[in-house]
Design a binder for this molecule. Structure first.
Ligand code: SAH
Ligand code: SF4
Ligand code: F3S
Length: 471
């Protein structure tokens, strides 16, 4: 059974609202012979995954038991993403499916959280067209879940005020999904306003946690046996900007690397304009820092990069990339690409393909541009028809597949140190990730999740490596 993180719990304040919900849960138990159940569904990025671990922690603290089955829940929280239209549609469609659950169980409380509800038009839509949704909760006010729930349970009214606080709240209980892999948010929000992106509007301005809080959390995780720790932020290289403590991201990483123990440190995401040589030096000298860099390029055309408000060009990108490869020849570099950004011509797209051939990424996350209400790009002339961006997307994938396979080829016969993730549902084999974040599969020999193994690679594919476990 998963335990709420003791480290964070030490400081958890018991509030009046928390006590009210606890009393409700105790009464429920007296009546039904079991605790009420909470179901938390997560869309979107790791930041949302980390937020959901806090929502789950709070639910458990309040007296709920977590369940994987929405049909058995008394509390459903949907943690939404707004990055592309598809993400919003999926979340809304799932919320729609919960209508019948509410009809079957009048006691069921449904809350919609996350980035989507920070947008006024979505709040209005949920309020009007989804009458069975009881409350919304923004990303910067997760700690107010007990209060909203207490109000909902006592006042029986829907709560849709959409307040955000954008402060940093420490001492949140965290119910982590794994006992060996952990997400640690080091900062929140984003100041970059890339012209296509909704994140700065829904997550607010950049703010960083104090270095001592981050260090204490990581130390505690390592002491409790966590082996794979990922530091999270929309642009981790902005860590500490504007704060009096003067610790920047490179310095924070160096201090975390000094912690004793058997663990790997990862981080995401880095904005190319802020990725520094000092950071690369810290990585190269590090003992625990994975040789993997996720450095979103977005486009290989300088003209489009400018329209995207990215503040770097191809030359600047290549300069930091070359430095990385010089210092760490084994580094895996992965990236994000958007195709079909407004005004993208065939020539711009060819520039992107040319950058792929030149950089040779180990892995790529590619997206078709999705207009986001309220962002500058959504108003730009030259929106690209679906057929055109779809065809470009397919070409991009085909080229990347070729490159990734070629990049994995030299790993044939190598031995990879892998942290086991347990049985992979699709392949029926064990899987895990190596230091460069590549997925490795091997025959199920009973290795439990969270254990390091050595795998000798005997087959490579574009997106995975296969092999046999050796001792
Ligand atoms: N802060 C991170 C990532 C944020 S979102 C960064 O700057 O890299 C993850 C990825 O989604 C982005 O890198 C981008 O490639 C993609 N994305 C963001 N907004 C998008 C949009 N409107 N349409 C399509 N893809 C988008
Ligand atoms: Fe969005 Fe750009 Fe901020 Fe990333 S850096 S979250 S892409 S605005
Ligand atoms: Fe989505 Fe919000 Fe993350 S919009 S990608 S969940 S920051």
């Amino acid at each position: 059974m998963r335990e709420v993180d003791r480290f964070s719990l030490q400081n958890t304040k018991s509030t009046e609202a928390m006590d009210a919900v606890r009393a409700h849960c105790a009464a429920f138990r007296a009546e039904n012979g079991r605790l009420p159940r909470a179901f938390v569904l997560t869309f979107g990025c790791q930041q949302n995954v980390a937020d959901s671990e806090k929502l789950s922690g709070l639910a458990k603290e309040m007296g709920y038991e977590l369940t994987d089955d929405p049909a058995r829940a008394e509390l459903i929280l949907v943690n939404t993403c707004a990055i592309r239209e598809h993400a919003e549609k999926r979340a809304l469609s799932i919320v729609g499916q919960y209508k019948h659950l509410k009809e079957e169980n009048r006691e069921l409380v449904i809350g919609v959280c996350g980035c989507m509800v920070a947008q006024e038009h979505r709040r209005e839509q949920l309020k009007k067209s989804y009458p069975y949704v009881d409350f919304i909760l923004g990303t910067s006010v997760l700690h107010r879940l007990p209060e909203l729930l207490a109000r909902k349970l006592t006042e029986k009214r829907r709560i849709f005020n959409g307040d955000e606080e954008y402060a940093i709240v420490e001492d949140m209980p965290i119910l982590r999904n794994d006992s060996y892999r952990a997400w640690v948010s080091i900062m929140y929000g984003c100041n970059n306003f890339c012209s296509y992106c909704i994140v700065p509007y829904v997550r607010g301005r950049e703010r960083s946690r104090a270095p001592e809080d981050v260090i204490a959390e990581v130390k505690d995780l390592v002491e409790r046996g966590y082996k794979d720790i990922t530091l999270l932020g929309q642009n981790v290289n902005s860590y500490g900007k504007g704060e009096a403590h003067g610790v920047d991201f490179a310095e924070l990483l160096a201090r975390l690397d000094a912690i004793e123990g058997d663990f790997v440190l990862r981080f995401m995401t880095s904005h190319p304009k802020d990725a520094t040589r000092r950071l690369v030096d810290v990585m190269a000298a590090g003992r625990h820092i994975a040789h993997h860099f996720h450095l979103p390029l977005q486009s290989g055309s300088d003209r489009i990069l400018q329209r995207m408000n990215r503040h770097y060009d191809r030359a600047a990108y290549l300069s930091i990339l070359n430095y990385m490869r010089e210092k760490m020849p084994d580094i895996a570099v992965t990236s994000d690409i958007i195709v079909g950004f407004p005004g993208e011509t065939d020539a711009d797209f060819e520039d992107t393909l040319a950058m792929l051939r030149r950089v040779r990424f180990d892995m790529l996350y590619s997206f078709i541009y999705s207009p986001r209400k309220g962002t500058p790009a959504a108003e730009m002339l030259g929106q690209i028809p679906k057929e055109v961006s779809g065809a470009r997307f397919d070409r991009l994938l085909a080229l990347q597949e070729e490159i990734a396979l070629e990049k994995n080829q030299p790993l044939l016969g190598s031995v990879q140190r892998v942290l086991c993730d347990g049985i992979s549902k699709d392949a029926g084999m064990l899987s895990g990730r190596n230091g460069q974040n590549k997925i490795v599969f091997w025959e199920n020999d009973g290795t439990p999740a969270g254990e390091w193994v050595n795998v000798e690679i005997d087959r490579v594919a574009p997106f995975a490596l296969y092999g046999q476990k050796i001792n």
